[in-house]
Design a protein around this ligand. Sequence first.
Ligand code: SIN
Length: 282
Amino acid sequence: MTFEIRPLGDALGAEIIGLDLSAPVDESTFAKVHQAHLDHLVLVFRDQRLDPQHQIDFSRRFGPLDHHPSDDAVLPDFPDVLVLSTKRENGKYIGLPDAGPMWHSDLAYRKQTALGTTLYALETPDSGGDTRFANMYKAYEALPKNLKDAVAGKRAVFLAGRNNANRSFKRTLNQTQRDATPATGHPVIRTHPETGRKSIFVSAQHTIAIEDMPEGESAELLAAIFAHAAQDEFVYTHKWRVGDLTFWDNRCVQHIADLSRIDDPTYIRHMHRTTIEGDAPF
Ligand code: SIN
């Protein structure tokens, strides 16, 4: 199978043109997709027509699937597929309308954090709802020396934004889900298990403190790192089209969704997500 790889800008990201993910992907094509993912960090497969099983099958090529704590926001009969949607039935959201209001890496609060996420657009709004992706390799490499030195060898506390009393979400976790999602510790700077490159892993949505550091100092340091990592030079902004499947590497990418129209009743954004399990960051 042949396909074209078209980079999306200087920061990260590439479009994959001409590959139909509803058909089985042979080994040599898979190897090229895998390499493109490592090289470009975010892949955008255009013009897909995928049912939930196609998305699951493609995702499983990269590893076992993991699950978001919101286990009641999944697709009926497909517990591997998380629904991200602004749609409601009987006044209740059918999925998560606001996954990702702050910069983050998916499931960063698990012991084994996510390798990658696929997100498939079924319905997109005429404006708003973009997803911004930031290259955490580049952000680490450009981190000022004083910040690099301050966090070298340090670990941080990660807590799911949705399990943090200081954060507000349209749809929160119930007590059972909260109890199953405790805080965990990971390095501030992680090393990618496949490329060996270092990247910033702490994020505004899921990191609450740097371990063994006074609270004020930790908060100040994290704020400086978050501001640095979100600079435009590290970012690609994805404007969704129906049929786009994006696939990003959570080990070296952070992302944030634009929720500026979320309270507009005419705003419909409807997507299916899978998350591939990765390893414990080091
Ligand atoms: C997410 O954070 O997984 C979803 C991002 C988005 O809705 O664009």
